[in-house]
Write a protein that binds this ligand. Structure first.
Ligand code: MG
Length: 270
């Protein structure tokens, strides 16, 4: 009997130790919002409490801004003088057939669009464009039409929309036939316009099914005109085609038969 009592006592002591350890273990992982944790917080100096929400990794890489306002990590697609980063859209084996003059190049009407040699997915794109003067006799979509196509499929419209009426989902800075710009920030013909575009490419699963649509944000001359809008599928003049799976793809510029000029084009991969 004594032996049993002694065994019982050892068992009780061991149980108490295990329970105590379990309590300590679970206390360490207790809800930080419970009273115990809050009491501990109160014991910390303010600077120690503040340290708990400091995140030290990862450290953002340093990006310098060069004299021409191009970020140091950008891929320059045109900085004057040469269209080496571009090829013909009709025949990508051929050089870009558009005309370079000084700091800019201009659509060569009828020779087809141009596209970058490099393929891109998510990007920040900077591009400047200018429509010609002396086009007052042309109206609507016929007045200085071109376009910036992300991944060769999704058009941010380029058009002389300065005092030129057209359907708003087809005016400058529209996502053509999909999203009307929030405001019309177009400068008069002969002046340079600037687009800063943030584009998140669509994602597809292994079977080619859309997992996530594309999203786009556009600033026109520094003014927000498209605020993270969802792209509903490839741009079309007629109808609304569904997404078709694709990978990273070139940027392209549209030949719509009008001598629109471009300059200062750079892109940052995101
Ligand atoms: Mg267009």
């Amino acid at each position: 009997m004594k032996k049993n009592k002694s065994a019982l006592s050892i068992f009780s002591t061991a149980s108490a130790i295990i329970a105590c350890n379990l309590f300590t273990f679970f206390s360490a992982y207790a809800d930080p919002n419970d009273n115990g944790a809050n009491q501990n917080e109160e014991k910390l100096e303010p600077w120690q409490q503040a340290q708990k929400t400091e995140v030290w990794e990862p450290v953002p890489p340093v990006v310098g801004i060069q004299a021409n306002a191009v970020p140091s990590d950008a891929i320059v697609l045109f900085a004057g003088s040469t269209l080496d980063a571009w090829v013909s859209e009709l025949d990508p084996k051929q050089a870009a057939p558009w005309k370079v003059e000084g700091e800019a190049f201009t659509v060569a009407a009828g020779k087809g669009g141009i596209q970058t040699k490099q393929h891109f997915c998510d990007v920040q794109l900077h591009i400047e464009w200018r429509t010609p003067t002396g086009t007052e006799d042309q109206e609507g979509q016929a007045r200085s039409n071109s376009g910036v196509f992300l991944q060769q499929r999704y058009e941010v419209q380029v058009l002389d929309s300065f005092e030129n009426k057209t359907y708003p989902n087809g005016q400058a800075a529209s996502i053509y036939k999909q999203h009307i710009p929030l405001v019309n920030a177009t400068r008069p013909p002969g002046e340079w316009n600037v687009y800063d575009i943030i584009f998140n490419a669509p994602r597809f699963d292994d079977k080619g099914k859309l997992k996530k649509p594309a999203y786009i944000t556009v600033l026109h001359n520094g003014v927000l005109v498209q605020n993270h809008v969802e792209i509903q599928g490839p741009t079309e003049w007629i109808g609304r085609p569904p997404y078709k799976a694709h990978g990273c793809a070139p940027l392209s510029l549209q030949d719509h038969g009008n001598p629109v000029s471009f300059r200062n084009i750079w892109v940052r991969e995101l």
